[in-house]
Structures are given as structure tokens and as C-alpha cells.
Design a protein around this ligand. Structure first.
Ligand code: AHG
Ligand code: MN
Ligand code: MN
Length: 335
């Protein structure tokens, strides 16, 4: 028997959950957009799209041609979908409103995550978060997008790896679908994804070590000390430089991921962006049984104050994140 397709799964398999036709339409169109991005990415150097566009985006980062192409794919999809009232993107300074669709959902996305991997033929992805539209009539404002992560109605990512996968939640656990290149359908291959509470693998950019704060210094020191240290067990380490790939690894084989506050990014609030990186990934991780925090506060409960706001991110295996939380709460975290 074939596994269910993405839409068949949401229409029939999640018993007792009311997925409105409007939300299903949005999910279906996000999946379509991800397929188109996967196609663009898979052309590699063939279409001459591997370089930078020659200017920076609002984040002060060099925009890659594929960042722009992926962003355009998401914009067109959202414009055409009857139930998306407005969008915000990593690649756009301001939100876009589709006024004819007032009352629809808001879609926030990182169209191409880990885009520095593109030229290396390594994994990249897309991250998305669907939020309820405002109750009030009238034009959308940026404020309408500044919602708590707990308000999300759907969140997920597409991973453009050795296979293309769509992994998402609507609040009833996390399910993963693999794109069948023959039929062009996303098929359920990873039902009910869970993160084991304990872990022996961490992911952090070690080159930032000297800039970290004491709680993270202590945690990583103890992981590195392995069987000879306080943890009494050896840890493995990974760093893919694409949050999508890192979170996917957590969902497949566990572990913990950190992009913590450090002395260089402190002024900006952190490295990763709240609305289209931390918040959707935080919800996925929680839905898989893990935890997602800044070190002091649950990611999903951070009140956003700006569209491109950055936050420290610590997420993954429950026991590891709890240990990190306990170090952050100490007056002397090196104790
Ligand atoms: P983006 O390509 O959308 O700007 O995001 C990249 C992010 C994230 O995916 C990854 O975890 C991190 O940046 C990598 O940071 P380093 O440059 O420190 O490796
Ligand atoms: Mn990103
Ligand atoms: Mn990006």
C-alpha cells in the first residue's frame, strides 16, 4: 500500500482535527512553492544562478541569486492563493499585503535557509510559519505580523537535501513527507516524528566559542570533557550551517542545537530571526517532544517587537535543554 500524500494525510488521517479547507489550500500551495524551489536549487550551476545578486538584504547579508528566486516563488504562490492576506520574508524589509484577501492567513518565511551552502552543493531549506490574520477590518500593518509563536496555525520546513522533504506541524505532532520525484507528490514517510529526551550530540558554531556567555561555555566544556568530565559520557558534534538541516537531524536522530547569544551579536539580540526561523522551528521541536528556549524564555512566548528581530536559540532534546536552562538560571553559571 502506498503511503498517503500530504493533502490526503491532512484531509483524512488526523482524526478529530478540523483542518479548514482554507488552511489545507495554504498548506498545498506552500508544498507547491517548495517543489519549485527544489527544482531551482537542483539545477545547481547549470542556469548560472550560483552567485550573489551584488547587494545586501535588510539583514546586511549578501543576497544570493537563489535567495531572490526562492523569495519570488513564495511571493507568487502567496499572491495567487485565495486565503493568504499578507506575507513577510527574510528577504524583504517590509510586509506585503494582498488587500482583496482581507481576513486570510499571514505567511512568514525564510525562502532559502543556509544559502551559503548553495555553492557547495550542500543542504539548504525553506522555513515557513502560518499565522492567523487580524480580526479587525482595514489594511494590514506590520504589527499584525508580530504575534507570539503560540499563535501559529501551521509551521514547518522544506529540506532540499539528498531527497526533498516537507516536515510540518499544525499542532498535532510533526510529520515528514518525502517528494517522490516520479509522481511529484509529497508522500508520508516520517509519521509522528519524536526527539528522544536524552542526547549525546550537539550542534554549535565552535568558532564563536570565545564570544559565548558563561552558561553555554560551561555546557559545551562539559560535553567536550566527555567521559572524563561532569557528564560522564562522550558527545559527538555536527555543524551544517543550515538551521533546516540541523533541525532535521534533531528530529531524525536527536541532539541539541544552539545559536546562543554572544558578545558580538548581543547588540542585535542574537543571530537567528524570531518570526521565520526560531518560532516555527521552536514549535516543531516542541511538537516532537523537545524544548525551545533563549536560555531564559520559551521561544514561543517571546513578544515580537520587530519583523526581523533576532533571538538566541537553544533547542532539542528535553534533558539537554533543561540542563542548559538550569545553567542560565544560576547566579554563577560556572559553579
Ligand atoms: P540564512 O541562510 O537564511 O541567512 O540562515 C543561515 C543561518 C542558519 O540557517 C544557520 O544555522 C546559521 O545561519 C549559520 O551560521 P554560521 O554562519 O555561524 O555558520
Ligand atoms: Mn535562515
Ligand atoms: Mn535565508
Amino acid at each position: 500500500m502506498h503511503p498517503p500524500t500530504l493533502l490526503h494525510f491532512f484531509e483524512t488521517q488526523q482524526h478529530g482535527v478540523d483542518h479548514s479547507q482554507h488552511l489545507l489550500s495554504v498548506i498545498g500551495d506552500i508544498a507547491q512553492a517548495c517543489k519549485l524551489v527544489a527544482r531551482e536549487v537542483s539545477h545547481g550551476a547549470l542556469l548560472g544562478n550560483m552567485g550573489n545578486v551584488g547587494h545586501e538584504n535588510i539583514q546586511g547579508e549578501q543576497q544570493k541569486t537563489l535567495d531572490v528566486i526562492s523569495n519570488d516563488i513564495f511571493i507568487k504562490m502567496a499572491e495567487d492563493n485565495p486565503y493568504i492576506a499578507g506575507i513577510a520574508s527574510e528577504e524583504m524589509e517590509h510586509t506585503l499585503e494582498f488587500s482583496a484577501k482581507a481576513g486570510g492567513f499571514l505567511l512568514v518565511f525564510d525562502p532559502l535557509d543556509g544559502s551559503s551552502n548553495v555553492n557547495l552543493n550542500l543542504s539548504v531549506g525553506s522555513i515557513f510559519s502560518v499565522l492567523p490574520g487580524p480580526d479587525s477590518e482595514g489594511p494590514l500593518t506590520e504589527q499584525d505580523f508580530l504575534q507570539l509563536g503560540t499563535q501559529q496555525v501551521c509551521a514547518g520546513y522544506a529540506l532540499y537535501g539528498t531527497s526533498t522533504m516537507l516536515v510540518l506541524t499544525t499542532g498535532q505532532g510533526v510529520n515528514g513527507f518525502t517528494l517522490d520525484p516520479d509522481s511529484g507528490e509529497f508522500m508520508l514517510t516520517h509519521p509522528a516524528m519524536r526527539i528522544a529526551p536524552e542526547a549525546q550530540e550537539f550542534a554549535i558554531n565552535m568558532s564563536n566559542q570565545r564570544f559565548w556567555q558563561p552558561p553555554v561555555q560551561r555546557y559545551i566544556d562539559e560535553c567536550l570533557a566527555g567521559t572524563q568530565g561532569a557528564r560522564g559520557k562522550d558527545f559527538n558534534m555536527r555543524w551544517v550551517a543550515s538551521m533546516v538541516a540541523e533541525v532535521h537531524r534533531l528530529l531524525i536522530r536527536g541532539g541539541v542545537f544552539l545559536y546562543p547569544l554572544d558578545s558580538r551579536t548581543k547588540g542585535k539580540g542574537g543571530r537567528l530571526r524570531l518570526l521565520y526561523e526560531a518560532s516555527p522551528m521552536g514549535w516543531l521541536i516542541e511538537q516532537a517532544g523537545g524544548l525551545a528556549t533563549t536560555g531564559h524564555k520559551r521561544l514561543l512566548e517571546i513578544e515580537p517587537t520587530a519583523l526581523h528581530q533576532r533571538v538566541p536559540v537553544i533547542l532539542g532534546a528535553q534533558e539537554e535543554v533543561e540542563l542548559l536552562l538550569s545553567y542560565h538560571s544560576l547566579k554563577d553559571p560556572t559553579a
